[in-house]
Design a protein around this ligand. Sequence first.
Ligand code: NAD
Length: 502
Amino acid sequence: MSKTTVTQPLKNYIGGQWVESETTRYEDVPNPATGELLSQVPISTRADVDKAVQAAKNAFASWSETPVVDRARIMFRFHHLLTKHEDELARMITLENGKNLPEAHAELLRGIEMVEFACGMPTLLMGESLPNIARSIDSHVLRFPLGVVAGITPFNFPVMVPMWMYPIAITAGNTFVLKPSERTPISSVRIAELLKEAGLPDGVFNVVNGAHDVVNGLLEHPDVKGISFVGSQPVAEYVYKTGAAHGKRVQALAGAKNHHLVMPDTDLRRAAKTIASSAFGCAGERCMAASAVVAVEDIADELVQLLIEESNALVMGNGLEEGVDLGPVIRDSHLSKVHDFIEKGMAAGADLVRDGREDAKEKEAGYFLGPTIFDKADAEMVIVSDEIFAPVLSIMRVKNFDEGLDTISRSRYGNGATIYTNNGKWGREFVQRVEAGMVGVNVGVPAPMGFFAFTGWKQSFYGDLHANGKDGVEFFTKKKTVTSRWFEDGDTSIGSQKVFVK
Ligand code: NAD
C-alpha cells in the first residue's frame, strides 16, 4: 500500500516529520467489512497539539510570504500526484471506511475538485480597488491569510472532507493542522506524504490524530485563528460555541435529515431508483443521503413497492469486491445504535416494510445492515426527527404539496431536500419555499460542486461563511481596506478632507 505501512500504529505528522504521540492510549482501527485490524491510532494529548501548532506557526511566516502563484503550483503538483495514486487512495478509503470502490473513487474525485478550485487561488485572492474615492485618494481591499488554522473531520469522507479545508486554506497562505476522524485516520497519512512529495514546505500541513483532547486543545489554543469542523450536530454546536468563545472564526457543518418529496406526476420508477441510491449509497453514511421520503398519498403504495424492489436488487458485501453496492456501517457500536433506532421505529408504530437486519444474518463478520425501510412514519417519530446515519429510510404520507412542505419544515435539520416532479411550477415553488440549504430538483444527492459553497441551514450548520467555493476563500482570509493619498515633493497642503465628511 503506502510506504507508511498501515499495520504500524499511526504517528502524528508535525513539521514534516512522523512523530510519535506523547499518549499511552491507542484505539484500534478495524476494517468495517471484516473486523480485521488495520492499524492503531494514537489518542493524542494537548502537548501533541501544542507541538503541531508551534510547527505551523513557525512555518507561517515564510509560507504566507510565498507568492500565491508558487503556492498554487504546489497544488498543481499535488493534483498530479492524487490522480497518479487514485487507485491506491480509493482502496485505502474502502478499507478504512467500508464504502465500495466506485464510491471511494467518486469521493476522491470530489476532493480533487477542491484542489482544482484552490489552483485558481491567484484569481480568487484578488482584492477590490476603487481609485479617486475623493480627490487624489484611492481605496483598495487586500486579503491576508488568518495564520494557523485547523480542520476537524468526520469518518464518512476521510479524504474528501479534509479537502474541503486544507487546499483552500494553505493555498491562501495559512498553515494547517488536521485532526482526522479517529475512526478513519489512515488515508491522511498518505495525503501528508503526497503533499510533501508535491513540494509543500515542512510545517504547512500537520496531522494530529486523536479525539476530544485534540479538539479541545485546538479550540482553546491562542495561536489557532480559525476552525473548520464537519461532523455530528451536537459536536458541531459545541465546537462552534467553544471556538467562538476563544475568539476564533468557526464554521461547523453538522448532521442532517434530508427529506425527498415525491409528487404524483413524476416517473415513479426513476424516482425510486434515485432515492434508493441516495438513501443506501455509502451505507446511508452521507450527510446528503435521503433519509426521509414524503410521498403524496395516491402514489405512496406504488412508491413503497418500487423502493423495496430497488433495495432487493442491491448487493451487500465487502466494498473491495466487484459488484458490491452496499458496504458496512463504520463500527459495531454504530450498528447497535442503528438497531435501537429500528426497534424504536417499530415501537412508535411505523411499518417496517423491509428489515435490513435479515440481510445481515448471512454475514459472518463486518458491521452490515441491509436496506431498511419504514412506511407510515411521521415527523414526531425519532426515526424521522433524528439522524440515524445508516441505510434506513422512513416514508411519510401526505395529502398534497403544502402538507409535504410543512412536514419537511418540522425537521430541525436543513442540509438538503429534493423534489421529484415533472411540473415546473412545483419545482420552482419547492426551490423557493423549502427550508433547506441545498436543494435538488429530480437530483438525489444535491451536493454542490466545490466551486459552490456547501450551504446547510438550520441545525445542519453553525457559522456565517460556509465551506467551499468563494465562501471558503472568505473564511480562510481576512481583509484589509487601505485608503491612501500621495503628495508631490514640496506640496505642503493638507489635502481634501471630503472623504471623511458625513
Ligand atoms: P462526530 O461528530 O462523531 O466526529 C466528528 C469529529 O469530531 C471527529 O474528528 C471526532 O473525533 C470529533 N469529536 C467527536 N465527538 C467529540 C466531542 N465530544 N468533543 C470533541 N470532539 C469530538 O461525527 P462522525 O460520526 O465522525 O461523522 C458523521 C457526522 O458528520 C454525521 O452527523 C454527518 O451528517 C456529519 N457530516 C456532515 C457534513 C456536512 O456537510 N454537514 C458532511 C459530512 C458529515
